[in-house]
Ligand binder design. Structure first.
Ligand SMILES: NC(=O)c1ccc[n+]([C@@H]2O[C@H](COP(=O)([O-])OP(=O)(O)OC[C@H]3O[C@@H](n4cnc5c(N)ncnc54)[C@H](OP(=O)(O)O)[C@@H]3O)[C@@H](O)[C@H]2O)c1
Length: 285
């Protein structure tokens, strides 16, 4: 039995589709009644539990052999360490953890440092593990930038002209599904990218072509980006982490294209162009 966490999110939604299509037994962890109902409506077996309430996890982890571990975008180390403790207590054999590109346990970036701490704990846990380190998700364009683009506003980011190898979250889910259902993926760190890299300005230009109207990226300084992220209600931890990630993009740290998705799944990674065409309605005014 597989337990999927983060099953209502960008990666998790596709992962449950793939596991359903494969006919593999799995259950999804839901922390709220709304998430539980949405998952049940998709025909998914749901177990209730909140990673911030370790006592709620015992029943959810019962009978689980493999865990897909993904939680929140912010302050997630405590949540994921609680999941690892519950996994260990329940006799889980293999954990596939969603991490991030550029992770290190001594990074100055809190986001990368927390992922690094969880990776280290997983590797020291005695459980079998597979770690996925994806680059930025293509889905961020719909989740975060589409409302502004719809309203005719530029996309602001402190990424300069730096390129990044955007990955479709569905490819990450495909890699996760392979690692969870086929043998031979234990002990691997998979660095995952899309098949090409593009700067924010290049993605904006492609969207402008497809929409037939102007879409612009404005390369803002770090402090302005930080204030804008805080202005969207994000806490200092997350804002600092995102600004630091974008500093890395500006310096070329996210530009590398790797063929790991195809290597693991046997299928070419999805392109940004295909993603934008498929989701064009989300950007139309
Ligand atoms: N976006 C990117 O470009 C990018 C790039 C690399 C790595 N990442 C990493 O990807 C991860 C986020 O993945 P995502 O974007 O697919 O997730 P997401 O869309 O932000 O969804 C988060 C999921 O985690 C669940 N969750 C949050 N807190 C929880 C808790 N306390 N207990 C149980 N479940 C909880 C949410 O459940 P609810 O239904 O209850 O909300 C939801 O299903 C982060 O670790 C981030 O660092 C992101």
């Amino acid at each position: 039995m597989i337990l999927v966490t983060g099953s209502t999110g960008k990666v998790g939604q596709h992962l449950i589709n793939v596991l359903q299509a494969k006919g593999v037994p799995f259950k999804a962890l839901a922390r709220s009644e709304a998430s539980a109902q949405a998952l049940a409506a998709q025909g998914v077996t749901v177990v209730r539990g909140d990673l911030s309430e370790p006592a709620s996890l015992k029943a959810a982890f019962q009978g689980v052999e493999k865990l897909f571990l993904l939680s929140s975008a912010s302050h997630f180390a405590g949540l994921e360490l609680a999941a690892l403790a519950a996994a260990k207590a329940a006799g889980v054999k293999h954990v596939v953890k969603l991490s991030a590109w550029g992770v290190s346990a001594d990074s100055a970036n809190p986001l990368l440092r927390e992922h690094g701490r969880v990776e280290q704990a997983l590797e020291a846990s005695g459980l079998a593990w597979t770690i996925l380190r994806p680059n930025f998700f293509m889905q961020n364009w719909v989740a975060f930038f589409a409302p502004g683009i719809k309203a005719g506003q530029p996309v602001y980011a402190n990424t300069g002209e730096g390129r990044l190898a955007w990955i479709d979250a569905r490819d990450i889910a495909d890699v996760a599904a392979t690692a969870l259902t086929e043998p031979g993926h234990e002990g691997f760190v998979y660095e995952l990218t899309g098949p090409e890299s593009f700067s924010y300005a290049e993605v904006a230009a492609r969207l402008a072509d497809l929409l037939g109207r102007p879409v612009r990226h404005v390369a803002v300084p770090d402090a302005a980006a930080y204030q804008a992220i805080r202005g969207h209600g994000q806490d200092a931890w997350y804002a600092f982490g995102l600004v630091a990630l974008n500093q890395g993009v500006r310096d070329g740290a996210a530009d590398r294209v790797l063929g790991t998705t195809e290597l693991v799944t046997g299928r070419a990674a999805r392109t940004l162009d295909a993603y934008l065409r498929e989701h064009l309605d989300a950007f139309r005014d």
